[in-house]
Ligand binder design. Structure first.
Ligand SMILES: Nc1ncnc2c1ncn2[C@@H]1O[C@H](COP(=O)(O)OP(=O)(O)OP(=O)(O)O)[C@@H](O)[C@H]1O
Ligand SMILES: [Mg+2]
Length: 277
């Protein structure tokens, strides 16, 4: 990837907090992310990783602070510049693979009340189908365009989810444990796919994973979400922060002990027992 980063960050997170009632989930997040970065996100279960991704997507609102996209406050609703892929398949079971990808384009145009799939719009529909087919080809699913999700393997369904998300040509791709449910062999293929899509389409990627080595392998940078302070009497009092932010390059990846040090932070936080030092 391009190592010369432009000066203005694509995304800037300024003192962002997320609270649900009295429960502080995330606190004091300060980060800058440049276009083309691939951020791997790891952290113990329940520490707020999905919440963070949902704030970037716009389906959750931050409680305090600011999130800027290209220097402007992030629109507080999902937009076509952001696409997401979840661990569980988000495709529609009653639509073929091709229609699942086309529907992404339909949703995109519905805001303009353009009847993309209406009778009078044959040319647009034809273009959309062509575009969807190209996307399916990119994720290796050309042969399966007329199949329904239940006829696809887990890996194929995730390829379809990725195609559905990328057909709208987002600049930012959000991945929430996208390969968590897949067998190791299939995961490897998916890694190759996501890496080439990232590079070809110059995406900025945020990927949550529970697999540190996956995070190391794919990311250009890794963030660890962790709760540095835990109050055993009131666990909701402190939120998680980004406690490690490490650029991933040959030097850092081979640093002895780094993987095991990070692994430790992925264990669930154990509150201090009263009386312990
Ligand atoms: N809509 C909500 N209302 C109230 N609390 C919520 C809501 N969504 C998430 N939470 C709380 O926020 C915290 C973080 O949840 P989140 O799903 O972001 O964790 P996570 O790091 O993605 O966990 P996992 O690794 O298990 O997916 C949890 O304590 C959860 O109960
Ligand atoms: Mg989660």
């Amino acid at each position: 990837m391009n190592t010369q980063q432009p000066k203005q960050p694509m995304i800037e997170i300024r003192n962002v907090w997320k609270e649900y009632g009295h429960n502080i989930v995330l606190e004091r997040l300060h980060k800058k992310v440049h276009q083309g970065e691939f951020i791997s996100i790891v952290g113990a279960s329940g520490c707020g990783k999905t919440t963070f991704l949902n704030m970037l997507l716009g389906t959750e609102q931050h409680s305090r602070g600011e999130i800027l996209l290209d220097g402007q406050p992030l629109r507080r609703e999902p937009g076509t510049e952001r696409g997401i892929v979840f661990q569980k398949y988000s495709v529609f079971p009653h639509l073929t693979a091709l229609d699942n990808v086309m529907i992404g384009l339909e949703f995109e145009s519905s805001g303009l009340t353009s009847k993309l799939f209406g009778r009078n719009n044959g040319v647009q529909k034809q273009q959309a189908r062509q575009h969807a087919r190209e996307m399916l080809a990119q994720v290796g699913l050309s042969h399966a365009e007329n199949q329904y999700p239940h006829q696809l393997s887990g890996g194929m369904r995730q390829r379809l989810s990725i195609a559905q998300s990328l057909v709208k040509q987002p600049r930012i791709l959000l991945l929430d444990e996208p390969f968590g449910a897949l067998d190791p062999g299939i995961r490897k293929d998916m890694h190759t796919l996501i890496r080439s899509l990232w590079q070809e389409q110059q995406l900025t990627v945020f990927m949550i994973t529970h697999d540190l080595s996956e995070g190391f392998q794919l990311g250009s940078r890794i963030w660890v979400f962790d709760q540095p302070r835990v109050d055993p009497q009131a666990p909701e009092r402190y939120g998680a922060q980004i406690t490690f932010d490490i650029p991933l390059n040959k030097q850092t990846i081979n640093q002895p002990g780094l993987l095991s040090a990070l692994n430790q932070t992925l264990q669930p936080a154990e509150p201090l027992q009263s009386g312990s030092v």
